[in-house]
Design a protein around this ligand. Sequence first.
Ligand SMILES: NC(=O)c1ccc[n+]([C@@H]2O[C@H](COP(=O)([O-])OP(=O)(O)OC[C@H]3O[C@@H](n4cnc5c(N)ncnc54)[C@H](OP(=O)(O)O)[C@@H]3O)[C@@H](O)[C@H]2O)c1
Length: 295
Amino acid sequence: MKVLIAGKNGQLGYELCRTVPREIKLIVYDRSELDITDSHKVFQIISSEKPNVVINAAAYTKVDQAETEKEVAFAVNAIGVENLAKAAHLHKSRFIHFSTDFVFDGKKSSPYLPTDTPHPLNVYGASKWEGEKRALAATNGKALIIRTSWVYSSHGSNFVKTMLRLMKERSEVGVVADQVGTPTWAQSLALNTWAALKKPSLCDVYHLTEAGVASWYDFAVAIFEEAINLRILKSFCRVNPIKTEDYPTLAKRPTYSVLDKSRNLKDLRFKFMHWNESLKSMLSELAQSKYSSSL
Ligand SMILES: NC(=O)c1ccc[n+]([C@@H]2O[C@H](COP(=O)([O-])OP(=O)(O)OC[C@H]3O[C@@H](n4cnc5c(N)ncnc54)[C@H](OP(=O)(O)O)[C@@H]3O)[C@@H](O)[C@H]2O)c1
């Protein structure tokens, strides 16, 4: 099976590349080789490569910056996605795309179902929701859209690496304790995406995160404890719980964005660990790399 990945240098792109099953022939593109907003290039590459599956790991993910770069966010997350979906559909390739918990407004107090109506609070979430709709429209509903949340990896920038840096530099950090979701290791997401390839009829929206629930504060405390345990960090840093209002950001974020995964447990039997176990695996990988000395 031939699989084309757009956005190979992102967290998910990187994890997809390093976990690829042996039987898959992978063709990968970074932004400089395939800018998904360039519809001509998208059609040209997909028609010459003729992959069985197109996976879109490319996205505009700067949540706060998107508030002042609405056009760019929509160009990548909506029009770029539509370009890939149309080209994939035209060449009879399956289209797999990723979206976010930030399509929801966080007003629920029980996990969001794939069928719940999105109501994004910020430009990033709105652009991702528009991308979902365009992907489904362009493929007659055949696209597989995987919504995930709070993604981190040893590759790229993310909350875990930001926390480690701040915890190394400071004796105290304040972390928001009133926003709740589920941290997800990009490697878990990648492994389950490869598993989804084995179910060619799977389409529409699925939720894929690790198991469990955490606030950013819980997540930060777990990062600190494990980083000390693995000697990535060697000195104490107090983690203080703060309120969203004490950490103003350009983009509003949902206070509750836990995703319900029962649909994928039923149809796919995806395998996920508790978020704390996955965090330990990722940090152990960092501890064995040169990362600790570069902190
Ligand atoms: N990160 C999260 O916390 C999170 C949470 C929920 C859902 N998601 C979703 O999960 C998916 C994977 O996210 P991620 O964390 O892996 O994102 P990421 O690390 O930010 O990677 C995104 C990649 O897309 C590339 N890209 C940006 N614009 C492009 C364009 N016009 N054409 C081609 N490539 C382009 C970027 O290239 P450059 O490296 O050149 O910028 C980057 O390599 C995305 O759909 C995202 O919306 C992420």
